[in-house]
Design a protein around this ligand. Structure first.
Ligand code: CUA
Length: 339
C-alpha cells in the first residue's frame, strides 16, 4: 500500500500537474521533451512491474491450488524443459527490448536537448548572475543603449528562444525553472549557457537548485512568459530611466537613498546610484516579489524588509541600517515611486 501511494505523484506528474513550479510542467520545449521521456519510463517500468507481479501471484495460486487438490507440489514435478526454454527466451527478449528501448529513448532525448533547432536562433540575450542569495538579470541588445538590468525576475517572449548566459559571483548556484527546462549550474569563473524556449504565456517560478548557503531556499526568481507584444512593452518600460520623485516624502526618501547606505549597493538608472552589489531597483515596483521571492512586493513587506533584513532573511548581505520611523516611511515612499 505504501509503495502504491508513494508512486501516485510520479504517475500524476506526466499526466500534467498544474502549478508555478512543477516537474510536470510542459510550458517549455525542453520541459516537454523531458516529460515525454519520463512518461515513457513510467509506462515501460509499470508494464514490467505488473508482469512480474502477475507471474509471482500466478505461481503462488498454482502451488496453493495443487496443495488443496492433493496434487504434487509443482516445485517437485520435473519441469517441461521445452516450454520452460521458450518462456525464458520470451522473457529475456522482453527485458532486453525494454532496456534497449529505454536507452534509445534516453539517448535521443539527450540529443534533442543538446542540439536545439538550428533554424531557431535566440532573439533575446540575457546574462544571469547568481549571488548569495539573489539573481542579477542583465538584458543585452545589439544596440547597447537599450541594455538594462533587473533582479529576481525574468521576462521571456513566448515562442522565441532566449539565450541565457549563466555566471556566479561567489559560490556555485543552479538555475532551474522546471516548467521550462532542466537545470544548469552557475559556476564562479566560467560562463555556462542554456537556451530557453517557452511555449506558453504564464507566470512560473525558478529556484536555485544547488545548495549555496544559509538562504539557498530563499533564492527564487519569478519567470514571466509574455506574448511578444507584452514582452516588447515590458522591455521598453524597463529600458527607461527611473521616474523622478514628486511628493515631499518621496523626495526625502530619495535624499536618504542617495546620501546614506542604500546607494552604495543598489543602482537606480538615471540617478547617481550606480552600484552593482545588490539588486537594481530602477523599476522595483514592476516586480512581483522582493528579496528573491522571499516576500510579495508591496508596502508592508518593503517596510519589514528594510527595517529588519536579518529578521526576514538571516545571513543576507542587506544590512540593518537602523532607520527611524520617518526615514523608513520616506525610503519606502521613494521605492514605491519606482514603477
Ligand atoms: Cu543559490 Cu542555492
Amino acid at each position: 500500500m505504501i509503495r502504491r501511494v508513494a508512486l501516485l505523484p510520479l504517475l500524476a506528474a506526466p499526466a500534467g500537474c498544474g502549478g508555478l513550479q512543477t516537474i510536470g510542467g510542459r510550458e517549455g520545449r525542453d520541459a516537454a521533451i523531458i516529460n515525454d521521456l519520463f512518461t515513457i519510463f513510467c509506462i515501460v517500468t509499470a508494464l514490467f512491474f505488473v508482469a512480474v507481479m502477475a507471474f509471482l501471484f500466478a505461481a503462488y495460486w498454482r502451488r496453493k491450488g495443487h496443495r488443496r487438490d492433493g496434487m504434487p507440489d509443482p516445485l517437485e514435478v520435473p519441469a517441461r524443459t521445452g516450454a520452460l526454454r521458450i518462456a525464458l527466451a520470451v522473457w529475456t527478449g522482453a527485458v532486453v527490448a525494454g532496456l534497449v528501448g529505454l536507452a534509445l529513448a534516453s539517448y535521443f532525448t539527450d540529443r534533442s536537448l543538446a542540439y536545439p533547432n538550428p533554424g531557431n536562433r535566440p532573439v533575446v540575450s540575457i546574462e544571469l548572475i547568481g549571488n548569495q542569495w539573489w539573481w542579477d538579470v542583465r538584458y543585452h541588445f545589439q544596440d547597447p543603449s537599450k541594455n538594462f538590468r533587473t533582479a529576481n525576475e525574468l521576462h521571456l517572449p513566448a515562442g522565441s528562444p532566449a539565450m541565457v548566459y549563466l555566471k556566479a559571483n561567489d559560490v556555485i548556484h543552479s538555475f532551474w525553472v522546471p516548467n521550462l527546462a532542466g537545470k544548469q549550474d552557475l559556476i564562479p569563473g566560467r560562463v555556462n549557457d542554456i537556451v530557453l524556449l517557452p511555449t506558453k504565456v504564464g507566470h512560473y517560478r525558478g529556484q536555485c537548485a544547488e545548495y549555496c548557503g544559509l538562504q539557498h531556499a530563499h533564492m527564487a526568481l519569478d519567470v514571466i512568459v509574455d506574448s511578444p507584444q507584452d514582452f516588447a512593452r515590458w522591455m521598453e518600460s524597463q529600458s527607461r530611466p527611473a521616474t523622478t520623485p514628486a511628493t515631499p516624502r518621496q523626495i526625502a526618501g530619495y535624499d536618504f537613498f542617495m546620501n546614506r547606505q542604500c546607494s552604495s549597493c543598489h543602482a537606480v538608472a538615471g540617478t547617481r546610484a550606480g552600484a552593482g552589489v545588490g539588486p537594481d531597483l530602477t523599476h522595483l515596483m514592476s516586480r512581483k516579489t522582493i528579496a528573491a521571492g522571499t516576500l510579495p512586493n508591496g508596502t508592508g513587506p518593503l517596510h519589514a524588509w528594510i527595517a529588519d533584513p536579518q529578521g526576514v532573511k538571516p545571513g543576507t548581505n542587506m544590512p540593518y541600517i537602523g532607520l527611524n520611523a520617518d526615514e523608513l516611511h520616506n525610503v519606502v515612499a521613494y521605492l514605491e515611486s519606482l514603477k
